[in-house]
Design a protein around this ligand. Structure first.
Ligand code: HEM
Length: 440
């Protein structure tokens, strides 16, 4: 068997955690450049092997849950989602919960969600006036929590949406730092804040569940799907489990979507020629029918190519992980049980074999034929369940914005950079852009 090369620079007690926490994106690029297809590093005791290249990524995505466990690798999520939920549930319950979660996000349900998202977008821009300047990272964080809660928890909840809910959700999300993957129960103020927020959110959501259980109204949102979903033995989910699914679904879609929208708008502002072509495409679509909610479900090839390139250059989820449960072998290397394997989506999207001149933003690129090079939504059995929702939301947002306003960057172009303080990539705040109403 071949030996797996170890990334240089490990410290005796803590390994590579310091460098990884400071800039995990660059660390992973360095690991691949130095070691090649397999690169081993140590995150304060957790020995991890980065698998790079299309064959290695295919191996990662095709691994069974029994050999490569997502649950064991993502134990940092347990205090966020709650006890007995997804990564803390026994395997058969976890499968049922994931199925119920993905059921709520099925393509067929997008017809219910489209008018809700369209309404939220219209309300958001209603008082913008003719021109102005905004921090769009903040704006999109707010908009996407509104769309997610409205679609998942219904109009009543969204109408009563309080500043408290948003603060609680922010505190919960802030608990997901690189260090949480080492020990999510460490005594740290951000973890204490996360736990208090989870407790209060459970109170709020349980009250809603109780209210619905005592009501005759029929709901067709995601919460209704979670409340009526059953396990193999016919039993329903408990309130803690329903709360956990609500939190997990908002969690999966919030930073990923808000970061994508912010990068999308920034890149549109940086690329006026491509933006003009997208506006032309939108005008042709809207000439036939003015309804935002219908059109957001239609194909928009130019907008979609642009979005694909945004997701290639700025993939919100940089790194995916699995824990090795049974010894495995890849390319003549033994990978023993207990280690973690990881892939870097950011690194994969910069592979010059599939993306020539990878640093150049070029929406005219064609997608590689292999399924395992362009992977913003992951791949295999755990590929993003919210893919259709995410696409619908981006199309609704940018149809409404681009037809009414033009956008310009305010600061130096190269000052719009990634924020590396969390585990989900997004532009650093403030991400200031100027808007101006289009003259028709
Ligand atoms: C641009 C936006 C998004 C991106 C780039 C994205 C990316 C991803 C990726 C890479 C995974 C795979 C994780 C892994 O293999 O470990 C994933 C899983 C998932 N995502 Fe998304 N996501 C996005 C939006 C959303 C939204 C809006 C929702 C829900 C409303 C959502 C729900 C989920 C769920 C439920 C899973 C887990 C699927 C399973 O385990 O079977 N995502 N996402």
């Amino acid at each position: 068997m071949k030996t797996i090369p170890i990334v240089s620079g490990a410290k005796p007690d803590t390994g590579h955690i310091e460098e990884y926490s400071a800039n995990f994106v660059q660390f992973l690029l360095r690991a691949e450049a130095e070691c090649g297809v397999l690169a081993e590093y140590n995150l304060a005791g957790q020995e991890t092997i980065l698998l790079s290249g299309v064959e290695a990524q295919e191996f990662f995505f095709r691994g069974s849950d029994e050999n490569l466990s997502r649950a064991a690798a993502y134990q940092a999520m347990v205090p966020v989602f709650g006890p007995g939920v997804i990564f803390d549930a026994p395997p058969d319950k976890m499968k049922s919960q994931l199925k119920i979660q993905v059921d709520a996000l099925r393509y067929q349900n997008m017809k219910n969600y489209a008018p809700v998202i369209a309404q939220e977008v219209e309300d958001w821009i209603a008082d913008w006036g003719d021109e102005g300047e905004l921090d769009f990272m903040d704006e999109f964080l707010e908009l996407t929590i509104h769309t997610a809660t409205h679609c998942l928890l219904g109009k009543d909840f969204r109408d009563k949406m309080t500043a408290e809910f948003k603060t609680l959700y922010r505190d919960l999300e802030a608990g997901l730092q690189a260090i949480a993957f080492v020990d999510p129960y460490m005594q740290q103020p951000i973890f204490e804040q996360r736990d208090r927020a989870r407790e209060r959110l459970e109170e709020i959501i349980t009250a809603m569940i109780d209210e619905r259980r005592n009501s005759d109204i029929e709901y067709n949102d995601a919460l209704a799907t979670f409340m009526t979903g059953t396990y193999a033995d016919g039993s329903c989910l408990t309130s803690t489990e329903v709360t956990g699914l609500v939190i997990a679904t908002i969690f999966a879609g919030h930073h990923t979507s808000s970061g994508t929208s912010t990068w999308m708008l920034t890149e549109l502002a940086r690329h006026p020629k491509e933006t003009a072509a997208i506006v032309e495409e939108l005008n042709a679509i809207y000439q036939q029918d003015e309804t935002l909610s219908h059109n957001a479900l239609r194909e928009m090839p130019k907008m979609e190519s642009f979005l694909n390139e945004v997701l290639r250059v700025h993939p919100p989820l940089v790194v995916l992980m699995r824990r090795v449960i049974n010894d495995i072998e890849f390319d003549g290397h033994a990978i023993p049980a207990g280690k973690t394997v990881a892939i870097s989506i950011f690194g994969s999207h910069r592979n010059p074999e599939y993306f020539p001149n990878p640093e150049i933003f070029d929406p005219s690129r064609t997608e590689p034929e292999t399924m395992f090079a362009y992977i913003p939504f992951g791949g295999g059995r755990h590929k993003c369940g919210g893919n259709a929702f995410a696409l619908l939301q981006q199309k609704a947002i940018f149809s409404a914005l681009l037809r009414r306003y033009s956008f310009e960057i305010v600061d130096q172009s190269d000052s719009y950079v990634d924020d590396l303080s969390g585990m989900v990539l997004r532009p650093k705040s403030p991400c200031r852009l100027r808007y101006k109403r289009r003259v028709s």
